[in-house]
Design a protein around this ligand. Structure first.
Ligand code: PLP
Length: 421
């Protein structure tokens, strides 16, 4: 059934070995046929994207605790906001309890609310769409490009125009930088500027990625980052709103601290939220940020090892990848493998099960929002590409804390499953 694939096995083993050496992954992968033994399945669980925490984080958190700044805000919060804003190249940041909160506050700042719609990619995590609903607006979903799963810019703009022609108020477009790769902003930004529709960038998965020498998180009127435990860097839970728009940030700051009026007593004229990040968690974030470039390099090396070992198998490809000009780089948050069923009959389900049997976590790509029961009644512009990606793709263990041996083990299981062993 996989005849043509088996013939390439030796070549792949050599390619994988070369990739390991080139990428600084020290150990050699085991020979292809000897790879899947029971011993490989009796080791510690390998997670998709586990938090990578060192002594530095421990020292920073201890500092926050010992300094007495345990009550919500404090100097680590201010410094964390300034450091992330500087890295991304925006005026300022607002540290929040989650990326979802950052999206919600961005939407509220752009008057997304009842009677308006927000257009966003269908292939994303539910939080992007949930934030639209929290704001009181209705989400409208748009299909993906097949190359990287990001929103198809042409279809996005067609959707915006169609909605407007029907008399809808499009409060904003929300782009998503999927799995750590920026959306195609060349086409999106100018088309939205022409139409005077604000862009919100959901860069929850993409801190450290770039597009034409601009950092993820710097596109649009406002952007959201996530520091959830499985992201490229973490505050255990947290997020940040980024913007050049001081008014939007000030309004978000006010709403995120229970909409408290600037008077000596507790006075409220509207409903606010308790969405700020604590000083202790910001300390953790600052230490993670110092290690971010190293952590990204490691994820990049892991992706390169997968690509070298598996990328030439018939019917196998990987989403995204850096462009030749060097102007745009993915942060390699999660490496995503896609199988073309015309050339390889292994299914995502089989791969996930084979890995799970050896205590290795892999997952399906995000199930598109238009196919989620909770959003069944919402409008969408779909042509089947995100459904196809969902049916044929998986995310692979990509955490920067993974050892060379763990990556070699994962590749071994994948090779065996893909070769039909
Ligand atoms: C694309 C996307 N948007 C939004 C979020 C929400 O971030 P958080 O979990 O910090 O609320 C996440 C991740 O969780 C995400 O992957």
């Amino acid at each position: 059934m996989h005849g043509g694939v088996v013939a390439g096995a030796d070549l792949l083993a050599r390619t994988a070995t070369a990739a390991y050496t080139k990428q600084g992954l020290k150990r050699q992968p085991p020979p292809v046929r000897a790879q899947v033994s029971r011993s490989l399945c009796l080791m510690a669980r390998i997670f998709l994207s586990k938090a990578d925490i060192s002594d530095l984080e421990e020292r920073y958190v201890l500092d926050a605790v010992r300094s007495g700044w345990v009550a919500p805000l404090g100097p680590h919060v201010d410094a964390f906001e300034a450091e992330i804003a500087m890295r991304v190249g925006v005026h300022a940041g607002l540290a929040l309890s989650s990326g979802t909160a950052a999206l919600q506050l961005a939407l509220l700042g752009l008057d997304a609310g009842p009677g308006t719609v927000v257009v966003l990619p269908t292939m994303t995590f539910a939080a992007s769409a949930n934030a639209v609903v929290y704001a009181g607006a209705r989400p409208v979903f748009v299909d993906s490009q097949i190359s990287d799963g990001n929103v198809d810019p042409e279809l996005l703009i067609r959707a915006v125009d169609a909605l407007r022609n029907e008399g809808e108020t499009v409060a904003a477009v929300m782009s998503v930088d999927l799995f750590g790769r920026c959306a195609d902003y060349d086409s999106i930004v100018s088309a939205l500027e022409d139409r005077e529709i604000p862009l919100i960038e959901d860069a929850a998965e993409a801190l450290g990625a770039s597009y034409r020498n601009r950092q993820a998180g710097s596109f649009g009127r406002a952007a959201a980052l996530s520091f959830n435990g499985n992201k490229i860097m973490t505050t255990s839970g947290g997020g940040m709103l980024l913007s050049d728009d001081v008014e939007l940030l000030n309004r978000a700051r006010y709403l995120s601290t229970q909409a408290r009026q600037p008077v000596p007593w507790y006075e409220h004229t509207e409903i606010g939220f308790n969405y700020r990040l604590s000083n202790v968690l910001a300390a953790l974030g600052r230490a993670q940020h110092m290690r971010l470039d190293t952590m990204i390099s490691r994820r990049r090396a892991i992706r390169a090892a997968y690509v070298a070992a598996l990328g030439e198998l018939p019917g196998i490809r990987f989403l995204g990848g850096d462009d030749d000009s060097g102007e745009s780089e993915d942060n390699c948050w999660l490496t995503c493998l896609v199988i073309d069923p015309a050339f390889n009959v292994t299914t995502p389900e089989q791969l996930i099960k084979s890995l799970d049997a050896c205590d290795i976590e892999a997952r399906y790509l995000w199930k598109p929002m238009h196919a989620q029961p909770v959003f069944a009644g919402e409008r969408s512009f779909i042509d089947g590409r995100s459904d196809q990606l969902f049916a044929t793709g998986i995310t692979l263990p990509s955490g920067s804390g993974l050892t060379d041996e763990e990556i070699a083990r994962t590749i071994s299981i994948l090779l065996a499953a893909l070769l039909g062993d």
